[in-house]
Design a binder for this molecule. Structure first.
Ligand code: ATP
Length: 916
């Protein structure tokens, strides 16, 4: 079963030409702002609300979906249904009217069930799509705010940075190195350099460099733009009729099972033809009799319920993961998760809380400790445990001023709580500045920013250019200490600038890092008043080093537990961070990673060739000062060693590593759209613990798929063997075709479905990962299927013969057989719930809610089958005595005991094999 949304979108509504505004790309920014009735400081909340009502949500018309009627009809498009329909027609022609009606009723019930299940699966996927709705950064009421992408309105000022999907059509201004990949719109895969000057009126879309279009991807730089069109009125809205969005509940395993089921069906139909011929020619059965038997055989043997149960199991897994904050974007990931053997995780925000607080500041001669928690700007400074008077240490204020001017974050108070907007580390710098008596708003007014080089984990620094109102220019730089030291020749001394003392700063960095704090350096240099745009060359040398910040970012408690869980499950956890090796090592130790003291840095990685890297990669848990390009090398090295790798990432540069990993995992909150789109899975709360949960669910889902297969195949096999044996040996059939239909229908919607809801087995996170190449239809699975099929056949024949020997009529003996079959399935369900562990335990016998409901329902239905008078008419059933009932249950118990003995034996043999 696949859940597919139609390829076609609704045609975009007719576009009115924007009133009075010709081509946004061709006119000046001021004209655009005037036409949109907006300004560089954005709309107010009231204006935005009013515009949202006027222009509607910033959404493309949803793709047209298959209507319910079509979805219902598609349920009949199945080989087994064709067989059943043909059987119904022939049965009717043979004058077996009741049987024909029963068959048709079953076909109908099957279609209704399929329809409902498919609806449920589709809903699960839809909910996940909603969870992945993109966000946008806008200026509202003069403040930067993050809002849902569909709340963007014309006139909004949108801020763009590398990794963002542009949320609406924008006329650009204030851009820094902005490059945009417009492939979705123009087909051109090379990113376009943007600028802010108007371009010719008639130029094609790809040349409108003063615009950023909705749906395109920012690959580099930063920029701002005013929204000129939203929703269907955007350029992508105009062509959305051509876009397609098809999501299918399909995975390699499901595909494999689908192919297997098709082959099985063909084989069974061939076998059925043979049995028909054999029955007619060799055994001399009448056509009507042997035809019905063959229909029974086909119904018995074709595992028609299997694909639906597997899909439902996966859909439940998807929902389960979403509830635990892991949103699966590509379903095959669920299967792969079960075999993950290495998880490579980012540090900041994933293993740690990303709630930063400045805990120390180092200046030319001193290392200050900073007190206070969270983002509230309350706290003070101390030296060797003694509180100090800030006034006496002017370098503290100067260093803080530089750090805050070189930051984009905002700090504000809402209902007594201090919140930051933007990067938490920059937020922490603002808080520290406040503690040092520096007012961020005042400083930003005095020193407005003229230009900036945005932070990038590749170059590991950020720089900004400012001019005060007298025209003086200053450049501030903040970044990783080694990087900033390279740029500096001097350092700020107590009275004056002195020559740089790299050893001192190195030692201070090491000291701060060894406390598990992230280290950040700050530097500055004056510049001319005419210097208006900032280039890399401007900061490469000649700067004055001001000081170092040490920031604490505590590990997440739940991440510590999750790391332990993963390691117990045979999964190696590796931390890949852009941070200082000392900081990384201290955090790794607190997280309980294996070998935290073995650290490889990005520089080490550059000196190792592929072969050497492969040798080192397995035993190293901490990789520090890495850039995104290293992540790709690490994934490849691990995969070359046979590992199945899950890798996290957030930036646009992480996309190649996420794509290459077996399971790419993007951060939902701090992750860029580019990373999310490259990933198989998105963590809604950026939390490592969700990965461990996802692995657990992945393993459980795989187990449940196996259990569903192991439940359905042998029950079908048992039924089929009974019929074939009876026909070949010329016996009376122990069960009729419609009775088999009954059994299969009632057990498929109850017992088999209950397996989709199975919780994890207790040892699910204590066993090593499944080998990636392990085939689902393993020797174990085939053996179990054959063993259980034969066991079922023996029990059914035994009961049939025994009932008749006790004087039962054929009809009564068949009723015994139908009930025996269902009872066997009930007991087998309890056995199959634990693939290898014993089932006769307290936990096993108690079952789960789903199992108990299913068993209750099936028992109710069997009473109806056996004792309701109309069942006698429909299925030729006869009431049974209490003794007969008890005998049936006894057979169930006996079969369970045999099944458990087999499990035990299997365990003993497996243990022997393992021993040398
Ligand atoms: P991860 O999230 O992968 O664990 P990270 O977030 O710590 O790693 P990066 O973001 O690449 O790694 O940061 C690496 C270093 O760059 C930091 O240790 C810090 O010194 C510096 N840095 C980080 N953010 C900024 C910023 N906004 N401005 C200037 N420097 C920064």
């Amino acid at each position: 079963m696949s859940v597919a949304t139609s390829k076609k979108h609704a045609p975009p509504p007719e576009l009115p030409a924007p009133a009075g505004a010709p081509s946004w790309h061709a006119i000046s920014l001021d004209e655009v702002l005037a036409a949109q009735d907006s300004s560089r400081s954005g709309l107010t909340d009231g204006e935005a609300e009013e515009r949202l009502t006027r222009f509607g949500a910033n959404r493309l018309p949803p793709p047209k979906r298959r209507g319910p009627a079509l979805r219902f009809l598609s349920q009949f498009n199945d080989v087994l249904i064709y067989v059943l329909l043909a059987a119904a027609v022939i049965t009717a022609l043979l004058d077996h009217w009741i049987d024909a009606q029963v068959i048709l009723a079953v076909v109908l019930v099957n279609a209704v069930i399929g329809f409902l299940q498919e609806g449920k699966a589709e809903k699960a996927l839809e909910a996940i799509r909603d969870m992945l709705a993109p966000k946008a950064s806008v200026i509202r009421g003069g403040h930067r705010e993050t809002i849902p992408g569909d709340a963007v309105v014309p006139g909004d000022i949108v801020l763009l940075e590398a990794g963002d999907r542009v949320p609406a059509d924008l006329r650009l201004f204030d851009i820094r190195g902005l490059k945009v990949d417009e492939a979705v719109l123009t087909g051109e895969s090379v990113a376009v350099n943007k600028n802010t000057s108007p371009v010719g009126d008639g130029v094609p879309l790809g040349d409108r460099t003063s615009m950023a279009f909705s749906g395109t991807l920012v690959t580099y730089g930063q920029g701002s733009g005013v929204v000129v069109a939203t929703g269907a009125k955007t350029e992508i809205g105009r062509i959305s009729g051509m876009l397609s969005e098809v999501t299918t509940l399909q995975t390699p395993l499901l595909r494999q099972m689908g192919i297997f089921a098709k082959w099985l069906t063909v084989t069974i139909l061939g076998l059925a033809a043979f049995v028909l011929a054999f029955g007619l020619l060799v055994r001399g059965y009448g056509f009507s009799e042997i035809f019905m038997a063959v229909v029974g055989l086909s119904v018995a043997a074709i595992p028609e319920g299997l694909p639906a149960i597997l899909t439902i199991t996966l859909a439940i897994g998807v929902q389960d993961m979403a509830r635990r904050n892991a949103i699966v974007r590509r379903l095959p990931a669920i299967e792969t998760l079960g075999s993950v053997s290495v998880i490579c995780s980012d540090k900041t925000g994933t293993l740690t809380r990303n709630e930063m607080t400045v805990a120390s500041i180092a200046t030319a001669r001193r290392l200050f400790a900073v007190s206070g928690v969270g983002y509230a700007p309350q706290g003070g400074f101390s030296l060797d445990g003694q509180g100090i008077e800030i006034r006496n240490y002017p370098l503290l204020a100067e260093t803080s001023q530089a750090a805050l001017l070189c930051s984009d974050a905002d700090l504000h108070e809402v209902d007594g709580r201090w919140l930051i907007e933007g990067d938490p580390m920059e937020g922490a710098l603002l808080v520290a500045a406040c503690k040092a008596g520096v007012d961020p708003a005042f400083e930003r007014r005095c020193w407005p920013r003229t230009d900036a080089i945005p932070f990038d984990s590749e170059h590991r620094f950020m720089a900004s250019l400012h001019h005060d109102h007298a025209g003086q220019g200053r450049i501030f730089v903040k970044g990783a200490p080694e990087r900033i030291l390279e740029m500096c020749a001097r350092q700020r001394g107590f009275d004056d600038d002195v020559a740089l003392d790299p050893d001192y700063w190195q030692a201070q960095s090491e000291e701060i890092a060894s406390r598990g704090q992230r280290v950040l350096a700050v530097a500055m240099r004056p510049t001319e008043s005419t210097h208006m745009s900032l280039m890399f060359d401007d900061v490469e040398s000649g700067l004055t080093f001001l000081g170092l910040f040490g920031l604490i970012d505590p590990p997440r408690e739940e991440a510590i537990a999750a790391v332990a869980d993963c390691q117990a499950a045979g999964i190696h956890v590796k931390m890949i961070t852009g941070d200082h090796p000392g900081t990384a090592m201290a955090v790794a130790r607190r997280l309980g990673l294996e070998n935290p003291e073995v650290v490889l840095t990005g520089r080490d990685l550059d000196t190792l060739d592929d072969e050497a890297l492969r040798r080192r990669v397995q035993d190293t848990a901490v990789f520090a000062r890495t850039s995104p390009a290293h992540k790709l090398r690490l994934v490849e090295a691990l995969q070359a060693q046979g590992a199945v790798v899950a890798m996290t990432g957030d930036g646009v540069n992480d996309a190649p590593a996420l794509k290459r990993a077996d399971v790419g995992i993007a951060m939902g909150q701090k992750g860029s759209e580019a990373a999310k789109e490259a990933a198989e899975m998105v963590l809604a709360d950026d939390n490592f613990a969700a990965i461990a949960e996802a692995v657990r669910t992945g393993r459980t889902v795989y187990d449940n798929l196996k259990k569903a297969i192991l439940f359905i195949l042998p029950t079908n096999g048992g039924e089929a063997l009974v019929l074939i044996t009876a026909i070949l040996l010329g016996f009376t059939l122990p069960i009729t075709a419609v009775q088999i239909l009954w059994v299969n229908m009632v057990t498929a919607v109850t017992l088999a479905l209950a397996l989709a809801f199975e919780p994890s087995e207790p040892d699910v996170m204590r066993r090593p990962p499944r080998a990636a190449e392990e085939a689902l239809l393993s020797g174990f699975l085939i053996w179990r299927t054959v063993f259980v099929s034969v066991l079922f056949m023996a029990a059914i024949f035994g009961k049939f013969v025994f009932a008749q020997s006790q004087g039962a009529s054929v009809e009564e003996a068949r009723t015994v057989v139908v009930n025996t079959l269902v009872v066997l399935e009930i007991f087998y369900l309890f056995s199959v719930r634990y693939l290898k562990a014993p089932s006769i335990t307290w936990r096993g016998v108690l079952g789960t809610r789903a199992v108990l409901i299913a068993v209750g329902a099936v028992i109710g239905l069997q009473f109806l089958f056996t004792y309701a008078p109309f069942m006698t008419v429909l299925f030729d059933a006869r009431p049974l005595s209490l003794v007969q009932g008890l005998q049936i249950v006894a057979v169930g118990v006996a079969v369970l005991l045999v099944l458990e003995a087999e499990k035990r034996l299997h365990g003993v043999i497996a243990a022997r094999r393992k021993r040398p």
